[in-house]
Design a protein around this ligand. Sequence first.
Ligand SMILES: Nc1ncnc2c1ncn2[C@@H]1O[C@H](COP(=O)(O)OP(=O)(O)OP(=O)(O)O)[C@@H](O)[C@H]1O
Length: 267
Amino acid sequence: MAPADQAPPTTHGLEADAVSAWFGRRKVLDRVSLDMPAGQVTALIGPSGCGKSTFLRILNRMHELVPGAALAGEVRLDGVDIYHPERRLTDARKSIGMVFQKPNPFPAMSIEDNVLAGLKLTGTRVSRGDRDALVEESLRRAGLWDEVKDRLKQPGSALSGGQQQRLCIARSLAVRPEVLLMDEPCSALDPTSTRVVEDTITEIAREVTIIIVTHNMQQARRVSDRCAFFLAAQGTPGVIVEHGETQAMFDDPIDQRTADYVNGRFG
Ligand SMILES: Nc1ncnc2c1ncn2[C@@H]1O[C@H](COP(=O)(O)OP(=O)(O)OP(=O)(O)O)[C@@H](O)[C@H]1O
C-alpha cells in the first residue's frame, strides 16, 4: 500500500443539479445546483435551518431514509447520477463517506476495530494480512497514528473528543471513499482539537474531495477552497445565494447578503 504522501490526487468530483427537498409537504430546498470539484474542499455556509445538512445528506443518499422525505434533481459522482435506479444505495455510501457533528466511535470496540468497522457495513473485503496495514494507513491519514499506535487494542471511548473525531475520519477513510462529507465536524471540539482536525482536513483534501458544513466562518476561510452560501427567507425553501472561491466570497462577495453573513452581521 502506498503511503499517504504518495497517493495520487483524487479525480472524483460531485455535481448537484437542481436539487429540491421536502419533509412531508414542506419544501426545504429549491433547485440547488452546485459543482463540488475533485480534490477541493467545498464549505456549505449559511444560517441555521437553511438546508445545509439536508443538502449534505442528499449527497450520499441519507435523506431518503427519513420517513416522509422526498427529493428531486440529480447528484452526479463523476457524471453518473447516484440516484439512478440501477445504482445501489451501498455503492453511494461506499464512495461518499460521512463524518458527523458528534464523534461517534463504537465505544466498546477497540481503536483498530473502529477503523475497520466501516468495511463490514459497506461490504468491503480486505484480507486478514492487509488489515494491519490498512489500520495504520487510515490512522496516519487521519493524523492519529502517533498518538494511538501503542494502544490499538484499547476501546475507542478511551480517546479525547478530538481524537475520537479523527478516529471517525480514519474509519471513513478506511473504506477509501472518493468523497467525504463532514457535518460540522468540529462543533463538539475545543479550539486545539478543532485546529488538529482542520489540519487533517487540509492534509487529506488532495486525495479525497471534501464537502463540509460549518457555522464557523474562520474555519470556512481556513479549510475551504470554495464556499456555497445557503439562505432560506422566512417561510421559503433554502437556495444558494452565491458560490465561488472562498477568498472571493469573503473578500469581494457579489451579493450584499453574503457580505452581511460572512462578516457576522446576521445568522
Ligand atoms: N427530519 C426532519 N423532519 C422534518 N423537518 C426537518 C427534518 N430535518 C430538518 N428539517 C427541517 O428542514 C429545514 C432545513 O434543515 P437543515 O437541518 O437541513 O438546516 P441546516 O441549515 O443544516 O441547519 P443547522 O445549521 O441548524 O444545522 C429546517 O427548517 C428543518 O426544521
